[in-house]
Design a protein around this ligand. Structure first.
Ligand code: HEC
Length: 202
């Protein structure tokens, strides 16, 4: 979406009273400007806004947002009603929905929407393990054993099988995975999340 607001081009000139004796002459003129408006400098300007984020963990409001595209000297960025900044990196974000607005040197703007989620601290650790050790087989579309763990809901719904295959080794630890079995520290993180209730908020 491109937003560019032109100043109102309608010109209205009004000559008020001209008083002469008992006769009142009112002369008015309502003139429309017939000149074409200047060309819209934002016409055809369209950005693909690409970004990556990290979620906010616990109550720390520590989400981050990195704008990957567009970047450049003349591009500035803002979130919601904040002020424009030249940095494409935002930190200390609370969970919630955000409108990213980018602006170029001509003042043309474009927007995109993102959501910063709230992860419980135990879940955040499990998510890191899965990102680190379960790809490519179960990540980025990978579906080995019919399981994909790209989305939070798929991880949460498979909490029991994740624990079985990484902590308990039932029926076996992931045989092909290079980091299988996990370290005891990583196994403990999965166990702690499962015991806490295996939710996104745990
Ligand atoms: C190198 C590839 C590879 C990696 C890495 C890998 N897996 Fe698997 N996974 C497989 C294959 C192949 C199967 C199907 C065969 C089987 O079940 O052993 C499977 C099946 C599964 C299943 C479904 C079967 C069941 O027992 O419910 C789960 C759950 C699973 N993996 C969890 C994980 C987790 C969690 C990780 C990361 C810690 C992981 N896997 C890492 C290849 C992999």
């Amino acid at each position: 979406m491109i937003n560019y607001s032109k100043p109102a081009m309608k010109l209205k000139i009004f000559f008020p009273g001209l008083l002469s004796g008992a006769i009142v002459f009112i002369s008015s003129c309502n003139k429309k400007d017939t000149q074409a408006p200047p060309p819209d400098p934002c016409a055809g300007v369209n950005y693909t806004i690409l970004s990556t984020k990290t979620e906010s963990v616990g109550v720390s409001n520590n989400g981050t947002l990195t704008i990957l595209e567009p970047r450049g000297d003349t591009i500035s960025y803002k979130l919601n009603t904040g002020s424009y900044q030249s940095s494409w990196y935002f930190t200390n974000l609370a969970p919630g929905n955000y409108i990213i607005t980018i602006k170029n040197q001509k003042g043309c703007t474009d927007t995109a929407q993102i959501t910063i989620l709230n992860y419980g601290p135990k879940y955040a650790l499990v998510k890191e393990i899965i990102k680190g050790y379960c790809g490519p087989c179960h990540r980025n579309g990978g579906m080995d054993g019919g399981k994909n763990f790209d989305s939070d809901i798929n991880i949460i719904n498979n909490w029991d099988r994740i624990k079985a295959r990484t902590v308990d080794g039932v029926p076996s630890f992931m045989p092909q995975a290079p980091n299988s079995p996990l370290t005891n520290v990583d196994k403990q993180k999965i166990t702690d999340w499962v015991n806490a209730g295996h939710r996104q908020s745990d």
